[in-house]
Design a protein around this ligand. Structure first.
Ligand code: PRX
Length: 663
């Protein structure tokens, strides 16, 4: 595992690698979309030609003549003189090609309600929504915030915004009013699209009240003019006269006539906020032509998609980048049939996912290691009650998959034969960057393995030198790629500083990695103060600042401690203010957990909060998080000689061991 100051050797969860590899079967290989290994060197010889070829599979209203402009690094322009409409590429194009009757979305609501939308129907709905948004004042260049559950209207809303050349900013429905507001303000969105609520864990999880709270902050002043509300759960919501409108009432006024206009390839498509090393989330900006090119290419080749016969299912929420790229844009650009499920895997019981696979005959399944580990804990007897024989490709994303989970996934879900594509990428990369190709790669459990054709990624030392195979280092991308982040919204300097200042014109991903003797990539976790909890990115600084905003907290340090199910878990150490009377050491833990959840969102809720009287600091006053992480994991405490007060760590460590021992 990595640490802020230390070496990068192995990942704690991938330690159980037994060296076995799994080559594609002759049968699979013969039918695979990509089965000629020369694709790698051909793309490496002329990456621009490779990407131009992929881009030309899309429908351009004005063809591009220039592939890449990299004259002003790190600000890339791909296909910049070309024009296209992203939504029309995902919809109208397929209807025009005669596949309008193909199912685009099999929607499964958590309570069991279902809805099927063909490409023709989805196109019709998006056109109506685009007309509705136009009359609400949305036009090219605007930003629209979307705060929704996993229902078809979320996809319809995103595509309608894209169709008009505006940019969406989808905020995950688990984020708090404060977090939502910060994102609305940063993007200066004038319209929010939300729902009364969504179903989660058998209950209604209200959304509209959070939007109301968000908009009431700062004395109710802000950019938002209108709030469009989809009715999903019929829970009670307040509608503010003049501001709030029901989607189902408004939409009746609009028909399905709408001609899509082409927009420049570099027109913003979306902003998606992600945690960085400081408290303020970064608005990752993605644009149109390059993004759509790479998400559609990787979706087709990495998952070996056969749009005529496959039923694809990615379990990610649309509020994260995986939902953007591999629920919305990739699958729809490819004319795929997919399942969209609203709820959680354990509702009403842990058989839910497997029953959905059986019901729809899912052939390609894409999920996160944390979910696989949770299912493993429940036991294989649950999936074994279902017919999962339709599965032919499995995917993993969000964090390293430990070989034990990999083998379980392949055996129990993939009948011992389905290839698993372990896909490494980030919000910033927009699309898959490193992954096996299922018809070509001999799979190694725990490794994401190979940079995709047209992608140049490697591992370097702190000083930017290539490291020998077998040794840990930092993952970098050496050449621009079509779906790369274009900037941090409103903050070009932060974009440069975060990703491009360490090694010049080379993209620094923030991940530790190692190349093995075959040159395959093994990811070793983040090297910065970003945690990965259940495949979600959280910043230690953001949680620390939420904690110190509590009136009783004087100081806080947060670490991501290794966790057998969630990959990492948030562990907080706090010093309470001595003069305060509101919070005692005993009620601090539940109160502060709740406080963090209310400030940021439930995903950031710490697993543990420890009240301490001092934090380990260097003589220059820097908190030694590495030591706290060791303590939180019940490990031997490393070198404490640089600490101002070495006794602090002994006390914390003794307490932690006691707590962990008692668990
Ligand atoms: O640390 C890497 C980890 O997730 C980070 C990106 O998080 P986010 O932007 O939220 O996007 C997640 C979904 C694409 C990376 O910096 N990560 C993602 N996929 C993998 C991974 N680590 C190891 N193996 C993976 N397959």
């Amino acid at each position: 595992m990595t640490d802020q100051n230390g070496t990068i050797e192995s990942h704690p969860l991938t330690g159980d690698d037994d060296g076995a590899t799994y080559a594609p079967s002759a049968e699979f290989r013969a039918q695979a979309n990509v089965n000629d290994p020369s694709v790698y060197w051909r793309a490496a010889e002329d990456p621009e030609a490779y990407w131009a070829d992929q881009a030309s599979k899309l429908k351009w209203t004005k063809p591009f003549t220039e592939v890449l402009d990299w004259t002003n690094p790190p600000f890339a322009k791909w296909f910049q003189d070309g024009e296209l409409n992203v939504a029309a590429n995902c919809l109208d194009r397929h209807v025009a090609a005669g596949i309008g009757d193909r199912v685009a979305i099999h929607f499964e609501g958590e309570p069991g309600d279902t809805r099927t939308l063909t490409y023709a129907e989805l196109t019709h709905e998006v056109k109506r929504a685009a007309n509705m948004l136009t009359s609400l004042g949305v036009s090219a260049g605007d930003r629209v915030a979307i705060y929704m559950p996993m229902i078809p209207e979320t996809i319809i809303a995103m595509l309608a915004v894209a169709r008009l050349g505006a940019a969406h900013s989808v905020v995950f429905g688990g984020f708090s009013a404060e977090s939502l507001r910060a994102r609305i303000d940063d993007a200066a969105a004038e319209l929010v699209i939300t729902a009364d609520g969504g179903y989660r864990k058998g209950r209604v999880s209200a959304l509209k009240p959070t939007v109301d709270d968000a908009l009431a902050l700062n004395g109710g002043e802000g950019s938002v003019q209108k709030v469009l509300v989809v009715q999903r759960c019929e829970n009670d919501v307040e509608m503010q006269e003049g501001r709030d409108l029901w989607w189902h009432e408004e939409i009746t006024a609009y028909d399905g006539e709408h001609t899509a206009q082409g927009f420049p390839a570099e027109n913003p498509l979306f902003i998606l906020y992600t945690s960085g090393t400081t408290g303020k989330p970064k608005g990752i900006l993605h644009t149109s032509g390059g993004y759509l090119t790479q998400v559609s290419t990787t979706h087709r080749d990495v998952f070996d998609l056969k749009p005529e016969t496959d039923v694809y299912w990615c379990t990610a929420d649309i509020g994260w980048v995986t939902g953007h790229s591999y629920v919305v844009y990739g699958p729809l650009a490819n004319g795929a049939t997919q399942v969209v499920y609203e709820g959680t895997p354990e509702t009403p019981d842990w058989g839910r996912w497997w029953s959905i696979i059986q019901k729809y005959g899912v052939t390609i399944f894409y999920t996160a290691p944390t979910a696989i580990r949770a299912c493993m804990k429940i036991g294989r007897q649950v999936p074994e009650q279902y017919d999962l024989s339709s599965i032919r490709v499995l995917g993993s994303v969000g964090e390293p998959i430990n070989p034990e989970a990999w083998r379980w996934y392949r055996e129990v879900v993939g009948a011992g034969t389905a290839p698993i594509v372990d896909t490494w990428w980030q919000t910033e990369t927009g699309a898959i960057m490193i992954s096996p190709l299922p018809g070509l790669t001999a799979l190694k459990p725990g490794s994401a393995q190979v940079p995709q054709p047209g992608i140049a990624a490697t591992v370097v030392s702190e000083s930017g030198e290539p490291v020998p195979n077998g040794q840990g280092g930092l993952l970098v991308v050496q050449r621009p790629w079509p779906s790369m982040v274009r900037t941090i919204w409103g903050d070009d300097q932060r974009f440069i500083d975060t990703y491009w200042s360490k090694f010049g014109d080379v993209y620094f991903a923030g991940d530790g990695a190692r190349l093995d003797e075959d040159g395959d990539v093994w990811l070793l976790g983040r090297v910065d103060d970003v945690m990965n909890v259940s495949g979600h990115r959280l910043s230690t600084a953001e949680i620390e600042s939420a904690l110190v905003e509590h009136t009783s907290v004087a100081e806080a340090a947060v670490v991501g401690a290794d966790d057998a199910t969630t990959g990492q878990a948030v562990v907080a150490f706090v010093i309470l203010k001595s003069q305060q009377t509101q919070l005692t050491a005993d009620d601090a833990e539940p109160a502060l957990k709740k406080h963090v959840a209310a400030q940021i969102g439930a995903i950031a809720r710490p697993r543990q909060v420890f009240v301490v009287t001092e934090l380990p600091k260097t003589r220059s006053g820097k908190i030694m998080r590495r030591l706290l992480k060791d303590a939180a994991e019940g490990k031997e405490i490393g070198d404490t000689t640089t600490l101002a007060d070495t006794a602090v760590m002994q006390t914390i460590s003794a307490r932690m061991r006691e707590e962990l021992g008692n668990k």
